[in-house]
Design a protein around this ligand. Structure first.
Ligand code: TXA
Ligand code: MG
Length: 319
């Protein structure tokens, strides 16, 4: 993307690709991201497919400005103070998600909060401005590999699966963003990263809490925060009286006509479609019955992450 005309053409291709619900690798100042339109569930599902992630973690949503961020997240005074001083930059805030904002449930793993940041890289900025929609993006590496800091790293890791890789040179920070929560008027460090804690404390005028002793806050564990109130009966081959049904595929099920409610993750058995629908379907069925009967989902491709999430949702609660 060194030649100006090339950069324009790259951005245009990226915009067209994102609008189709496909992924684009983008440079940011921290690491390269694998981006999809955060409002398109199938696009977000594609991120997990390409990364080969065995779990659905909530993703960071990227926007071009504080004004854009306010469309998707609720800002408190502390969040405003931090972002006015430190955005654009390697700082991600976890904030309450605006109700009905249109962010795909899969992007936030069904949580009521959203992790959001304004990246400082000029190519990321240009793409966010040109596209005009928020982009969900984890690091652009295959699951289990280290984060890429050059376009060549992305090509080596994901090249075959990603149509467009925007080259913005080596990432200047080279470490993922620092993640902070301001929930409950507290300032909590969720993940150390490319912005030093001292810098955040200086702006906030107070110390960061490290999250010890409180509820589980480690980002990797957050997917377990959202669990339906209903019990899940996995691998169901029938529907029992009083149950609701979370279906997959077109197979018939004994007792299905008696189900209190039915949601099908993908009538055609498409795992990407199923992933895109998973969190929304769980929310819709929750509260309609004491037990959700869940049809088997194949343990291949995105099915691995779908089953991981279902097993977590089915596990006994300790809260
Ligand atoms: O620098 C970065 O942050 C890079 C670039 C591409 O922006 N992105 C990145 O994304 O590192 P990812 O998906 O690898 O990491 C996202 C982290 C995960 O640890 C996730 O658990 C946490 O953010 N996270 C996302 N949403 C959250 C939420 N609502 N509450 C708490 N943590 C959240
Ligand atoms: Mg990562």
């Amino acid at each position: 993307m060194s030649v100006p005309g090339e950069r324009e053409a790259g951005l245009a291709r990226a915009v067209e690709t994102l609008a189709r619900g496909e992924v684009v690798a983008i440079p940011t100042e921290t690491v390269y991201g694998l981006a999809a339109d955060a409002t398109l569930p199938l696009g977000v599902a594609r991120i997990f497919e390409v990364k080969g992630r065995p779990r659905f973690n909530p993703l960071i949503v990227h926007v071009p400005s504080i004004e854009a961020a306010e469309q998707w997240a609720e800002f408190d005074p502390l969040a405003r103070k931090l972002t006015e001083a430190l955005w654009p930059g390697p700082l991600t805030l976890v904030l309450p998600k605006r109700v009905g904002s249109g962010i795909a449930e899969l992007a936030t793993a069904g949580l009521d909060t959203i992790a959001i940041r304004v990246p400082a890289h000029p190519v990321a900025q240009a793409l966010l401005e040109a596209y005009g929609r928020p982009l969900a993006a984890p690091s652009a590496n295959r699951s289990g590999k280290v984060s890429p800091t050059t376009a060549a790293h992305v090509t080596a890791d994901l090249g075959d699966a990603v149509e467009v890789i925007l080259d913005g040179g080596p990432a200047s920070v080279g470490l993922e963003s620092t993640i902070v929560s301001t929930a409950g008027g507290r300032l909590t460090l969720l993940r150390p990263g490319g912005l030093a804690a001292e810098e955040i404390e200086r702006v906030a005028g107070r110390a960061l809490e490290r999250g010890e002793g409180g509820p589980v806050r480690a980002p990797g564990m957050l997917a377990s925060h959202y669990a339906p109130a209903a019990a899940l009966r996995l691998g169901a081959h029938d529907v029992r009286p009083g149950e609701v049904l979370l279906a997959f595929g077109s197979g018939a099920l004994r007792g299905a006509e008696g189900a209190v409610a039915v949601r099908n993750l993908s009538p055609s058995g498409d795992l990407r479609e199923a992933a895109a629908n998973l969190f929304g379907a769980l929310r819709e069925l929750d509260g309609k019955a004491a037990t959700i009967a869940v049809m088997p989902v194949p343990e291949t491709g995105l099915g691995v992450a779908i089953n991981d999430r279902l097993r977590r949702a089915a596990a006994p609660r300790n809260d």
